[in-house]
Design a protein around this ligand. Sequence first.
Ligand code: BES
Ligand code: MN
Ligand code: MN
Length: 463
Amino acid sequence: MQDLTDYIKDHQDRFINELIELLKIPSISADSAFGHDVIRAAEVIKNALGQAGCTSVEICETEGYPIVYGERTVDPDLPTVLVYGHYDVQPPDPLNLWDSPPFEPIIRKTALHPEGAIFARGASDDKGQMYMHVKALEYMVKEQQLPCNVKFMIEGEEEVGSNSLVTFVKEHKEKLANDIILISDTGMIAKDIPSVTTGLRGLSYVEVEVAGPNRDLHSGLYGGAVANPINVLAKMIASLHDENNHITIPGFYDKVQELSRKERDAMAEAPFNLDAYKKALDIEDVYGEKGYTTNERNSIRPTLDVNGIWGGYTGEGAKTVIASKAYAKISMRLVPHQDWHEITRLFTTHFENIAPKGVRVKVTPHHGGQGYVTPIDTIGYKAAEKAYETTFGKKTIPERSGGSIPIVALFEQELDSKTILMGFGLDSDSIHSPNEHFGINNYLKGIETIPYFYKYFTELSKK
Ligand code: BES
Ligand code: MN
Ligand code: MN
Protein backbone atom coordinates (compact mmCIF):
# COMPACT_ATOMS: atom_id res chain seq x y z
CA MET A 1 0.00 0.00 0.00
CA GLN A 2 2.63 2.50 -1.08
CA ASP A 3 0.02 5.08 -2.03
CA LEU A 4 -1.36 5.03 1.51
CA THR A 5 1.39 7.25 2.89
CA ASP A 6 1.05 9.54 -0.13
CA TYR A 7 -2.70 9.74 0.38
CA ILE A 8 -2.22 10.69 4.02
CA LYS A 9 0.39 13.32 3.12
CA ASP A 10 -1.87 14.83 0.48
CA HIS A 11 -4.89 14.96 2.74
CA GLN A 12 -3.50 15.34 6.25
CA ASP A 13 -4.44 19.01 6.64
CA ARG A 14 -8.05 18.19 5.80
CA PHE A 15 -7.98 15.15 8.13
CA ILE A 16 -6.84 17.41 10.96
CA ASN A 17 -9.33 20.18 10.15
CA GLU A 18 -12.26 17.81 10.02
CA LEU A 19 -11.33 16.46 13.45
CA ILE A 20 -10.99 20.00 14.78
CA GLU A 21 -14.53 20.80 13.58
CA LEU A 22 -15.86 17.71 15.37
CA LEU A 23 -13.99 18.63 18.55
CA LYS A 24 -15.66 22.05 18.61
CA ILE A 25 -18.97 20.36 19.46
CA PRO A 26 -19.36 20.01 23.25
CA SER A 27 -21.02 16.59 23.13
CA ILE A 28 -21.03 16.04 26.90
CA SER A 29 -23.35 13.11 27.52
CA ALA A 30 -23.38 13.50 31.31
CA ASP A 31 -24.87 17.00 31.23
CA SER A 32 -28.36 17.33 29.73
CA ALA A 33 -27.74 21.03 29.06
CA PHE A 34 -25.58 19.84 26.15
CA GLY A 35 -28.18 17.49 24.66
CA HIS A 36 -28.41 19.44 21.39
CA ASP A 37 -24.68 19.32 20.95
CA VAL A 38 -24.54 15.57 21.51
CA ILE A 39 -27.13 15.15 18.76
CA ARG A 40 -25.25 17.58 16.53
CA ALA A 41 -22.12 15.45 16.89
CA ALA A 42 -24.10 12.40 15.76
CA GLU A 43 -25.17 14.28 12.60
CA VAL A 44 -21.58 15.18 11.82
CA ILE A 45 -20.48 11.55 12.18
CA LYS A 46 -23.33 10.40 9.97
CA ASN A 47 -22.31 12.78 7.19
CA ALA A 48 -18.65 11.90 7.58
CA LEU A 49 -19.39 8.18 7.26
CA GLY A 50 -21.43 8.82 4.12
CA GLN A 51 -18.64 10.91 2.59
CA ALA A 52 -16.04 8.33 3.51
CA GLY A 53 -17.86 5.65 1.56
CA CYS A 54 -20.49 3.95 3.69
CA THR A 55 -23.31 3.12 1.29
CA SER A 56 -25.96 3.17 3.93
CA VAL A 57 -25.81 5.42 6.95
CA GLU A 58 -28.47 6.08 9.51
CA ILE A 59 -29.06 7.73 12.82
CA CYS A 60 -30.70 5.13 15.01
CA GLU A 61 -32.85 6.76 17.64
CA THR A 62 -32.77 5.26 21.13
CA GLU A 63 -34.25 6.21 24.49
CA GLY A 64 -31.07 8.16 25.06
CA TYR A 65 -28.63 9.54 22.51
CA PRO A 66 -28.63 8.15 18.97
CA ILE A 67 -26.34 5.49 17.60
CA VAL A 68 -24.79 6.27 14.24
CA TYR A 69 -24.68 3.24 11.99
CA GLY A 70 -23.07 2.84 8.60
CA GLU A 71 -21.95 -0.02 6.39
CA ARG A 72 -20.34 -0.91 3.13
CA THR A 73 -20.57 -4.38 1.69
CA VAL A 74 -17.89 -5.54 -0.72
CA ASP A 75 -18.95 -9.18 -0.98
CA PRO A 76 -21.12 -11.11 1.48
CA ASP A 77 -18.65 -14.00 1.34
CA LEU A 78 -15.84 -11.82 2.68
CA PRO A 79 -15.30 -11.16 6.40
CA THR A 80 -16.97 -8.22 8.11
CA VAL A 81 -15.22 -5.80 10.47
CA LEU A 82 -17.45 -3.94 12.92
CA VAL A 83 -15.93 -0.66 14.09
CA TYR A 84 -17.15 0.71 17.41
CA GLY A 85 -16.38 4.13 18.90
CA HIS A 86 -18.04 6.96 20.79
CA TYR A 87 -18.75 10.57 19.92
CA ASP A 88 -19.67 11.69 23.44
CA VAL A 89 -17.09 13.18 25.79
CA GLN A 90 -16.51 13.67 29.50
CA PRO A 91 -17.39 16.99 31.13
CA PRO A 92 -14.41 19.36 30.87
CA ASP A 93 -14.39 20.47 34.51
CA PRO A 94 -12.44 21.96 36.19
CA LEU A 95 -12.42 24.59 33.46
CA ASN A 96 -9.91 26.86 35.14
CA LEU A 97 -7.19 24.24 34.82
CA TRP A 98 -7.30 24.24 31.00
CA ASP A 99 -4.61 26.26 29.22
CA SER A 100 -7.01 26.80 26.31
CA PRO A 101 -10.80 26.35 26.20
CA PRO A 102 -11.79 22.65 25.93
CA PHE A 103 -14.03 23.14 22.91
CA GLU A 104 -11.77 25.51 21.00
CA PRO A 105 -9.29 22.98 19.65
CA ILE A 106 -5.76 24.24 19.20
CA ILE A 107 -2.56 22.61 17.97
CA ARG A 108 0.40 23.05 20.28
CA LYS A 109 3.83 21.47 20.33
CA THR A 110 4.85 19.57 23.44
CA ALA A 111 8.09 17.88 24.50
CA LEU A 112 6.59 14.51 23.57
CA HIS A 113 4.85 15.80 20.44
CA PRO A 114 7.25 18.17 18.67
CA GLU A 115 5.09 17.82 15.56
CA GLY A 116 2.12 19.12 17.54
CA ALA A 117 -0.87 17.77 19.42
CA ILE A 118 -4.52 18.77 19.25
CA PHE A 119 -5.75 20.06 22.61
CA ALA A 120 -9.49 19.66 23.21
CA ARG A 121 -11.90 17.56 25.25
CA GLY A 122 -12.39 14.32 23.31
CA ALA A 123 -9.22 14.74 21.22
CA SER A 124 -7.97 11.31 22.32
CA ASP A 125 -11.07 9.89 24.06
CA ASP A 126 -12.58 9.14 21.69
CA LYS A 127 -13.32 11.52 18.81
CA GLY A 128 -9.74 11.57 17.54
CA GLN A 129 -9.31 7.82 17.74
CA MET A 130 -12.76 7.09 16.32
CA TYR A 131 -12.26 9.51 13.44
CA MET A 132 -9.04 7.73 12.39
CA HIS A 133 -11.30 4.84 11.36
CA VAL A 134 -13.51 7.12 9.27
CA LYS A 135 -10.49 8.50 7.44
CA ALA A 136 -8.95 5.04 7.01
CA LEU A 137 -12.21 3.96 5.41
CA GLU A 138 -12.14 7.00 3.14
CA TYR A 139 -8.69 6.00 1.90
CA MET A 140 -9.65 2.35 1.37
CA VAL A 141 -12.80 3.24 -0.55
CA LYS A 142 -11.34 6.04 -2.67
CA GLU A 143 -8.27 3.99 -3.59
CA GLN A 144 -10.14 0.69 -4.07
CA GLN A 145 -8.29 -0.89 -1.17
CA LEU A 146 -11.16 -2.04 1.01
CA PRO A 147 -10.62 -5.80 1.15
CA CYS A 148 -13.72 -6.81 3.14
CA ASN A 149 -17.06 -5.61 4.46
CA VAL A 150 -17.28 -2.95 7.12
CA LYS A 151 -19.89 -1.78 9.60
CA PHE A 152 -19.63 1.27 11.85
CA MET A 153 -21.48 1.70 15.13
CA ILE A 154 -20.67 4.94 16.92
CA GLU A 155 -22.54 5.72 20.14
CA GLY A 156 -23.13 8.81 22.24
CA GLU A 157 -23.44 7.39 25.76
CA GLU A 158 -20.15 5.59 26.40
CA GLU A 159 -19.07 8.01 29.10
CA VAL A 160 -22.32 7.47 30.98
CA GLY A 161 -22.60 3.69 30.81
CA SER A 162 -23.82 2.83 27.26
CA ASN A 163 -27.37 2.10 28.41
CA SER A 164 -29.04 2.56 25.03
CA LEU A 165 -26.35 0.58 23.25
CA VAL A 166 -27.03 -2.47 25.43
CA THR A 167 -30.62 -2.59 24.15
CA PHE A 168 -29.57 -1.74 20.60
CA VAL A 169 -27.07 -4.61 20.46
CA LYS A 170 -29.56 -7.10 21.88
CA GLU A 171 -32.22 -6.04 19.37
CA HIS A 172 -30.05 -5.89 16.25
CA LYS A 173 -27.89 -8.98 16.36
CA GLU A 174 -28.42 -9.73 12.67
CA LYS A 175 -27.65 -6.21 11.54
CA LEU A 176 -24.50 -6.17 13.65
CA ALA A 177 -23.27 -9.65 12.69
CA ASN A 178 -19.52 -9.53 12.16
CA ASP A 179 -16.29 -11.51 12.23
CA ILE A 180 -14.33 -9.13 14.41
CA ILE A 181 -14.96 -5.94 16.33
CA LEU A 182 -12.33 -3.22 16.01
CA ILE A 183 -12.02 -0.42 18.56
CA SER A 184 -9.57 2.42 19.04
CA ASP A 185 -10.47 3.77 22.48
CA THR A 186 -7.45 2.68 24.51
CA GLY A 187 -3.78 3.50 24.59
CA MET A 188 -0.38 2.22 23.58
CA ILE A 189 2.71 1.73 25.76
CA ALA A 190 4.68 4.61 24.28
CA LYS A 191 4.66 6.77 21.19
CA ASP A 192 6.99 4.43 19.36
CA ILE A 193 5.98 1.15 21.01
CA PRO A 194 2.86 -0.33 19.45
CA SER A 195 0.65 -2.40 21.70
CA VAL A 196 -2.65 -4.19 21.48
CA THR A 197 -4.81 -3.96 24.58
CA THR A 198 -5.68 -7.50 25.63
CA GLY A 199 -7.69 -6.76 28.74
CA LEU A 200 -9.98 -4.17 30.26
CA ARG A 201 -11.16 -3.92 33.84
CA GLY A 202 -14.77 -4.15 34.85
CA LEU A 203 -16.44 -1.49 36.94
CA SER A 204 -18.91 -1.02 39.74
CA TYR A 205 -19.75 2.61 40.46
CA VAL A 206 -21.79 3.52 43.53
CA GLU A 207 -22.81 6.60 45.43
CA VAL A 208 -23.09 6.53 49.21
CA GLU A 209 -24.94 8.76 51.61
CA VAL A 210 -24.35 8.87 55.35
CA ALA A 211 -27.12 10.66 57.22
CA GLY A 212 -26.88 11.75 60.85
CA PRO A 213 -29.00 14.32 62.67
CA ASN A 214 -32.10 15.63 60.90
CA ARG A 215 -30.56 19.08 60.36
CA ASP A 216 -27.21 20.84 60.26
CA LEU A 217 -26.02 21.59 63.78
CA HIS A 218 -23.80 24.14 65.53
CA SER A 219 -20.48 22.30 65.87
CA GLY A 220 -19.89 23.82 69.30
CA LEU A 221 -23.27 23.13 70.84
CA TYR A 222 -23.56 19.59 69.46
CA GLY A 223 -19.96 18.68 68.57
CA GLY A 224 -18.81 15.56 70.42
CA ALA A 225 -22.30 14.45 71.34
CA VAL A 226 -23.68 13.17 68.03
CA ALA A 227 -22.20 11.31 65.08
CA ASN A 228 -20.75 13.71 62.52
CA PRO A 229 -21.68 12.13 59.14
CA ILE A 230 -18.54 13.47 57.48
CA ASN A 231 -16.25 12.10 60.21
CA VAL A 232 -18.07 8.79 60.04
CA LEU A 233 -17.95 8.61 56.25
CA ALA A 234 -14.21 9.32 56.27
CA LYS A 235 -13.65 6.56 58.82
CA MET A 236 -15.81 4.09 56.90
CA ILE A 237 -13.99 4.83 53.66
CA ALA A 238 -10.60 4.51 55.36
CA SER A 239 -11.58 1.08 56.67
CA LEU A 240 -12.18 -0.23 53.14
CA HIS A 241 -8.42 -0.82 52.75
CA ASP A 242 -6.15 -2.56 55.26
CA GLU A 243 -2.53 -1.70 56.05
CA ASN A 244 -1.39 -3.61 52.95
CA ASN A 245 -3.89 -1.77 50.79
CA HIS A 246 -5.98 -4.86 50.29
CA ILE A 247 -9.69 -4.20 50.05
CA THR A 248 -11.52 -5.36 53.18
CA ILE A 249 -14.97 -6.10 51.73
CA PRO A 250 -15.70 -9.77 52.56
CA GLY A 251 -15.75 -11.88 49.41
CA PHE A 252 -14.31 -9.11 47.24
CA TYR A 253 -11.38 -11.20 46.00
CA ASP A 254 -13.16 -14.56 45.84
CA LYS A 255 -13.43 -14.66 42.03
CA VAL A 256 -10.16 -12.91 41.26
CA GLN A 257 -7.86 -15.10 39.24
CA GLU A 258 -4.23 -14.93 40.26
CA LEU A 259 -1.96 -14.73 37.25
CA SER A 260 0.80 -17.32 37.02
CA ARG A 261 4.39 -16.32 37.71
CA LYS A 262 5.04 -16.82 34.00
CA GLU A 263 2.29 -14.42 32.98
CA ARG A 264 3.47 -11.84 35.50
CA ASP A 265 7.05 -12.18 34.29
CA ALA A 266 5.89 -11.64 30.72
CA MET A 267 4.04 -8.50 31.84
CA ALA A 268 7.14 -7.22 33.57
CA GLU A 269 9.03 -7.35 30.31
CA ALA A 270 6.98 -4.55 28.80
CA PRO A 271 9.02 -1.35 28.80
CA PHE A 272 8.26 0.71 31.90
CA ASN A 273 10.30 3.29 33.75
CA LEU A 274 9.17 3.82 37.33
CA ASP A 275 11.24 6.98 37.78
CA ALA A 276 9.79 8.57 34.66
CA TYR A 277 6.32 7.55 35.86
CA LYS A 278 6.82 9.26 39.22
CA LYS A 279 8.37 12.29 37.59
CA ALA A 280 5.51 12.69 35.12
CA LEU A 281 3.02 12.74 38.01
CA ASP A 282 5.27 14.70 40.35
CA ILE A 283 4.96 12.14 43.13
CA GLU A 284 7.68 11.00 45.51
CA ASP A 285 6.58 7.41 45.43
CA VAL A 286 3.92 5.12 44.08
CA TYR A 287 1.26 3.66 46.36
CA GLY A 288 -0.86 0.55 46.24
CA GLU A 289 -1.53 -3.04 47.04
CA LYS A 290 1.36 -4.84 48.69
CA GLY A 291 2.98 -7.58 46.65
CA TYR A 292 2.23 -6.15 43.22
CA THR A 293 4.09 -3.92 40.81
CA THR A 294 2.71 -0.63 39.53
CA ASN A 295 1.67 -2.15 36.22
CA GLU A 296 -0.01 -5.05 37.99
CA ARG A 297 -1.80 -2.73 40.38
CA ASN A 298 -3.33 -0.77 37.55
CA SER A 299 -4.36 -3.64 35.31
CA ILE A 300 -4.67 -7.16 36.73
CA ARG A 301 -5.72 -6.19 40.26
CA PRO A 302 -9.08 -4.85 41.39
CA THR A 303 -9.23 -1.49 43.14
CA LEU A 304 -11.53 0.78 45.10
CA ASP A 305 -11.32 4.55 44.81
CA VAL A 306 -13.30 7.53 46.01
CA ASN A 307 -13.99 9.75 42.99
CA GLY A 308 -15.68 12.55 44.85
CA ILE A 309 -16.64 13.38 48.42
CA TRP A 310 -18.74 16.21 49.74
CA GLY A 311 -20.88 17.54 52.53
CA GLY A 312 -20.90 20.42 54.99
CA TYR A 313 -19.43 23.81 54.39
CA THR A 314 -16.95 24.18 51.51
CA GLY A 315 -17.33 27.89 50.78
CA GLU A 316 -14.89 30.66 51.61
CA GLY A 317 -13.82 31.18 55.18
CA ALA A 318 -14.97 29.10 58.13
CA LYS A 319 -18.46 28.11 59.16
CA THR A 320 -18.84 26.04 62.31
CA VAL A 321 -21.28 23.34 61.41
CA ILE A 322 -21.94 19.61 61.67
CA ALA A 323 -23.60 18.64 58.42
CA SER A 324 -26.66 16.47 58.49
CA LYS A 325 -25.41 14.40 55.55
CA ALA A 326 -22.18 13.35 53.82
CA TYR A 327 -21.72 11.79 50.39
CA ALA A 328 -19.14 10.04 48.27
CA LYS A 329 -18.89 8.53 44.81
CA ILE A 330 -16.91 5.31 44.78
CA SER A 331 -15.64 3.26 41.87
CA MET A 332 -14.37 -0.28 42.00
CA ARG A 333 -12.31 -1.47 39.06
CA LEU A 334 -12.76 -5.19 38.62
CA VAL A 335 -10.86 -7.93 36.89
CA PRO A 336 -12.28 -10.72 34.72
CA HIS A 337 -14.51 -13.21 36.60
CA GLN A 338 -15.53 -10.67 39.20
CA ASP A 339 -19.19 -10.05 38.45
CA TRP A 340 -20.02 -6.38 38.84
CA HIS A 341 -23.54 -7.02 40.11
CA GLU A 342 -22.19 -9.31 42.80
CA ILE A 343 -19.47 -6.82 43.78
CA THR A 344 -22.07 -4.06 44.02
CA ARG A 345 -24.09 -6.30 46.37
CA LEU A 346 -21.04 -7.19 48.47
CA PHE A 347 -20.12 -3.53 48.77
CA THR A 348 -23.64 -2.51 49.75
CA THR A 349 -23.97 -5.16 52.46
CA HIS A 350 -20.54 -4.41 53.87
CA PHE A 351 -21.02 -0.65 53.85
CA GLU A 352 -24.32 -1.01 55.68
CA ASN A 353 -22.74 -3.40 58.18
CA ILE A 354 -19.87 -1.11 59.13
CA ALA A 355 -22.07 1.92 59.75
CA PRO A 356 -22.00 2.85 63.44
CA LYS A 357 -25.19 3.45 65.38
CA GLY A 358 -26.29 7.04 65.05
CA VAL A 359 -26.09 7.26 61.25
CA ARG A 360 -28.15 5.82 58.41
CA VAL A 361 -26.41 4.66 55.26
CA LYS A 362 -27.77 4.56 51.72
CA VAL A 363 -25.92 3.01 48.79
CA THR A 364 -27.11 3.81 45.26
CA PRO A 365 -25.55 1.82 42.41
CA HIS A 366 -24.80 3.89 39.30
CA HIS A 367 -23.46 1.87 36.41
CA GLY A 368 -20.99 -0.86 35.85
CA GLY A 369 -19.76 -3.52 33.53
CA GLN A 370 -17.74 -6.70 33.27
CA GLY A 371 -14.05 -6.86 32.56
CA TYR A 372 -12.56 -8.43 29.46
CA VAL A 373 -9.53 -10.46 28.46
CA THR A 374 -8.82 -11.62 24.96
CA PRO A 375 -6.48 -14.39 23.83
CA ILE A 376 -3.57 -13.52 21.54
CA ASP A 377 -3.61 -16.66 19.41
CA THR A 378 -6.43 -15.41 17.20
CA ILE A 379 -6.27 -14.09 13.65
CA GLY A 380 -7.68 -10.80 14.91
CA TYR A 381 -4.76 -10.32 17.28
CA LYS A 382 -2.26 -11.46 14.65
CA ALA A 383 -3.68 -9.03 12.09
CA ALA A 384 -3.42 -6.14 14.55
CA GLU A 385 0.08 -7.15 15.61
CA LYS A 386 1.22 -7.29 11.99
CA ALA A 387 -0.48 -4.01 11.10
CA TYR A 388 1.35 -2.15 13.88
CA GLU A 389 4.64 -3.81 12.98
CA THR A 390 4.23 -2.71 9.37
CA THR A 391 3.78 0.96 10.17
CA PHE A 392 5.87 1.29 13.34
CA GLY A 393 8.64 -1.14 12.38
CA LYS A 394 8.67 -2.45 15.94
CA LYS A 395 7.41 -5.47 17.79
CA THR A 396 3.84 -5.21 19.09
CA ILE A 397 3.41 -5.81 22.81
CA PRO A 398 0.19 -7.12 24.38
CA GLU A 399 -0.92 -4.97 27.28
CA ARG A 400 -3.71 -5.29 29.82
CA SER A 401 -5.27 -1.95 30.51
CA GLY A 402 -6.77 -0.62 33.71
CA GLY A 403 -9.57 1.29 32.01
CA SER A 404 -13.05 0.03 31.26
CA ILE A 405 -15.18 -0.22 28.14
CA PRO A 406 -18.05 -2.27 29.61
CA ILE A 407 -19.76 -2.81 26.28
CA VAL A 408 -16.91 -5.03 25.06
CA ALA A 409 -17.91 -7.95 27.30
CA LEU A 410 -21.49 -7.54 26.12
CA PHE A 411 -20.39 -7.67 22.47
CA GLU A 412 -18.83 -11.04 23.11
CA GLN A 413 -21.89 -12.29 24.96
CA GLU A 414 -24.52 -11.04 22.50
CA LEU A 415 -22.72 -11.02 19.15
CA ASP A 416 -20.36 -13.88 19.87
CA SER A 417 -17.38 -12.00 18.49
CA LYS A 418 -14.00 -11.02 19.81
CA THR A 419 -12.87 -7.44 20.06
CA ILE A 420 -9.48 -6.12 19.00
CA LEU A 421 -8.47 -3.02 20.94
CA MET A 422 -6.07 -1.12 18.70
CA GLY A 423 -5.37 1.96 20.76
CA PHE A 424 -3.28 4.92 19.63
CA GLY A 425 -3.64 7.09 22.74
CA LEU A 426 -0.98 7.68 25.37
CA ASP A 427 -1.24 7.86 29.16
CA SER A 428 0.02 11.43 28.86
CA ASP A 429 -3.00 12.41 26.71
CA SER A 430 -4.77 13.48 29.94
CA ILE A 431 -8.09 11.90 29.03
CA HIS A 432 -10.95 12.88 31.42
CA SER A 433 -8.61 15.57 32.69
CA PRO A 434 -7.83 19.20 31.82
CA ASN A 435 -5.70 19.76 28.69
CA GLU A 436 -6.64 16.51 27.02
CA HIS A 437 -4.72 16.18 23.78
CA PHE A 438 -3.90 13.77 20.98
CA GLY A 439 -0.61 13.80 19.10
CA ILE A 440 -0.92 14.64 15.40
CA ASN A 441 1.53 11.86 14.79
CA ASN A 442 -0.58 9.37 16.74
CA TYR A 443 -3.63 10.43 14.74
CA LEU A 444 -1.96 10.06 11.35
CA LYS A 445 -0.20 6.85 12.35
CA GLY A 446 -3.56 5.43 13.33
CA ILE A 447 -5.04 6.28 9.93
CA GLU A 448 -2.04 4.61 8.33
CA THR A 449 -2.15 1.45 10.46
CA ILE A 450 -5.88 0.65 10.29
CA PRO A 451 -6.01 -0.28 6.56
CA TYR A 452 -3.30 -2.88 7.20
CA PHE A 453 -5.50 -4.46 9.85
CA TYR A 454 -8.23 -4.91 7.25
CA LYS A 455 -5.74 -6.30 4.74
CA TYR A 456 -4.13 -8.82 7.11
CA PHE A 457 -7.38 -9.81 8.75
CA THR A 458 -8.92 -10.59 5.37
CA GLU A 459 -5.82 -12.50 4.25
CA LEU A 460 -5.62 -14.51 7.46
CA SER A 461 -9.34 -15.30 7.33
CA LYS A 462 -8.89 -17.00 3.96
CA LYS A 463 -6.38 -19.52 5.26
N1 BES B 1 -11.78 5.10 26.49
C1 BES B 1 -12.06 5.00 27.88
C2 BES B 1 -11.55 3.74 28.52
C3 BES B 1 -10.07 3.46 28.40
C4 BES B 1 -9.14 4.48 28.26
C5 BES B 1 -9.64 2.16 28.46
C6 BES B 1 -7.78 4.18 28.14
C7 BES B 1 -8.31 1.86 28.37
C8 BES B 1 -7.38 2.87 28.21
C9 BES B 1 -13.57 5.11 28.08
O1 BES B 1 -14.11 6.20 27.35
C10 BES B 1 -13.85 5.39 29.53
O2 BES B 1 -13.52 6.44 29.97
N2 BES B 1 -14.48 4.45 30.23
C11 BES B 1 -14.89 4.68 31.56
C12 BES B 1 -15.99 3.75 31.96
C13 BES B 1 -17.36 4.21 31.53
C14 BES B 1 -18.41 3.21 31.99
C15 BES B 1 -17.69 5.58 32.02
C16 BES B 1 -13.76 4.46 32.53
O3 BES B 1 -12.88 3.62 32.29
O4 BES B 1 -13.76 5.16 33.53
MN1 MN C 1 -13.40 6.26 25.45
MN1 MN D 1 -13.66 8.05 28.54
